[in-house]
Design a binder for this molecule. Structure first.
Ligand code: SAM
Length: 207
């Protein structure tokens, strides 16, 4: 029996050849709005977690040290090809977002686009993002979320059985997840389909 992480590796490997055709155009504006919320500075060290085929790459400032990780080798291969085509220097690696192989406080920015709703344990992924971020580091999130102030109702939970089997969970709540991992939310912007898709910018809270 496959666990969820093994299933995600398998299915995203299968989705990889079709991913750009399905997602690129539909999410372009949302990802640009999310990335525009980050306070960029030249030379920042940036980690894209669950980076997929690298659809964020065209919208990132050029003078950055870029690292990208994903669970699915087929996604990482596509991302490496996109980086080359865009003439971007990106250190790309297969890696589980729940166990990042980077030291504490290593990054200025962590980008998590469309992964918190996919990975089995988003709290674990956020704890890892928190760990690898510098004290003044920024977390850039864009994903589908349930409203923060109430759990998903019966209808949404029923629909979630189908959406999570194919693609993604639609019952997760952004602020409880981010704040639970020690982040302070600075910006929270609805970016697509009403407030289903939101772009959040968060900083590490002071311990
Ligand atoms: C919906 S895609 C988003 C890709 C990309 N971030 C984007 O915005 O287009 C979800 C990605 O997360 C990856 N993924 C799923 N679980 C993961 C995990 N535990 N660790 C790292 N990547 C994971 C999948 O392989 C897939 O590429």
């Amino acid at each position: 029996m496959l666990n969820t992480t093994a299933w995600n590796r398998l299915r995203y490997g299968l989705y990889a050849p079709l991913y750009d055709a399905v997602v690129e155009r539909a999410l372009r504006r949302a990802r640009r709005e999310a990335l525009a919320q980050v306070h960029w500075r030249p030379g920042m060290r940036v980690l894209l977690v669950g980076a997929g085929t690298g659809l964020d790459l065209p919208w990132l400032p050029r003078d950055l040290e870029l690292h990208a990780t994903d669970l699915a080798p087929a996604m990482v291969r596509r991302l490496a090809r996109r980086a080359e085509a865009l003439d971007r220097d990106v250190e790309a690696a297969v890696m589980d977002a729940e166990a990042l192989d980077f030291p504490d406080g290593h990054f200025d920015v962590v980008v998590m686009h469309l992964i918190l709703a996919v990975m089995p344990d988003p709290a674990r992924g956020l704890a890892e993002a928190h760990r690898v971020l510098a004290d003044d580091g920024q977390l850039c999130v864009m994903d589908k979320f349930q409203a923060d102030d109430r759990p998903a109702g019966l209808g949404r939970r029923a629909l979630n059985l189908a959406t999570s089997a194919i693609a993604t969970d639609i019952t997760r709540r952004a602020r409880p997840l981010l704040e639970g991992a020690g982040f302070v939310v600075e910006a929270d912007t609805p970016v697509l389909m009403g407030s289903l898709f939101r772009a959040l910018l968060a900083r590490k809270g002071q311990a």
